[in-house]
Design a protein around this ligand. Structure first.
Ligand SMILES: Cc1cc2nc3c(=O)[nH]c(=O)nc-3n(C[C@H](O)[C@H](O)[C@H](O)COP(=O)(O)O)c2cc1C
Length: 205
């Protein structure tokens, strides 16, 4: 295993692939969207979802002003939208008219969700931290949008035979995933194996 101290030399993609979010922000009548690979869920109660955005992004200023965003998840078919909003700036164009990105209204905030998303969160910013060269916006999730056919009714998990989330590999490369089928490994399965091993060991002794 190679060890590298310089993250730039190593590339910061070891923990990828990630499902990038298209983050939509609104300030006054102006809308902007950016691709965001650096996001994470933080809490169930209250439900918190955070996005790390560089202050260099036009959307960062808008988000500081308005304090709400939607995080939208797209399928592999829509990597064109992710790349478009992720490689151009709202400083230079209206991305929504330029790329013909369709939106639908949110229910709890003014900022819309993307029509083409298979899932999206409506978030209100409750905390903001500057961490190194990015700003972490912590949003409370006020509503969840999801296409029901893309998620298992009972388990609530994504159904990979109905939805192909876009995966970002880094450096402008994307992939889709082909499911080899689902495998459930529960605590009982794990404990069963541990107990079985112990029993076999005890029997030997
Ligand atoms: C797939 C992908 C993921 C990205 N992830 C992030 C991210 O997590 N944080 C960030 O600040 N910029 C990220 N970017 C870069 C912004 O999306 C990009 O700079 C965008 O043009 C900013 O638009 P704006 O100036 O309209 O805000 C990413 C770009 C791509 C293509």
């Amino acid at each position: 295993m190679r060890v590298e101290k310089d993250i730039e030399k190593a590339g910061f993609y070891q923990y990828y692939p990630v499902v990038p979010a298209v983050v939509v922000v609104k300030s006054g009548d102006e809308l902007d969207a950016l691709a965001c690979a650096w996001h994470t869920a933080l809490s169930f109660e209250p439900p918190l979802f955070a996005v790390a955005i560089s202050p260099k992004r036009y959307s960062c200023k808008m988000l500081k002003q308005n304090g709400e965003f939607t995080a939208n998840f797209l399928t592999f078919d829509n990597i064109g939208i992710i790349a478009a909003v992720g490689r151009t700036s709202g400083r230079e164009m209206d991305k929504f008219s330029t790329y013909r990105i369709k939106t639908i209204p949110s229910t709890e905030i003014q900022t819309p969700v993307l029509k083409d998303s298979y899932a999206a969160y409506e978030c209100r910013v409750v905390k903001r931290y500057t961490l190194g060269d990015h700003v972490l916006f912590v949003g409370e999730i006020l509503a969840v949008h999801y296409k029901e056919r893309c998620f298992d009714k009972k388990k609530k998990t994504p159904r990979l035979n109905s939805v192909t989330p876009a995966l970002y590999l880094g450096a402008d490369y994307y992939a889709g995933i082909q499911s080899f089928g689902e495998v459930r490994v529960s605590k009982e399965d794990v404990m069963g194996k541990v107990m079985g091993r112990r029993e076999r060991k005890n029997n030997k002794e």
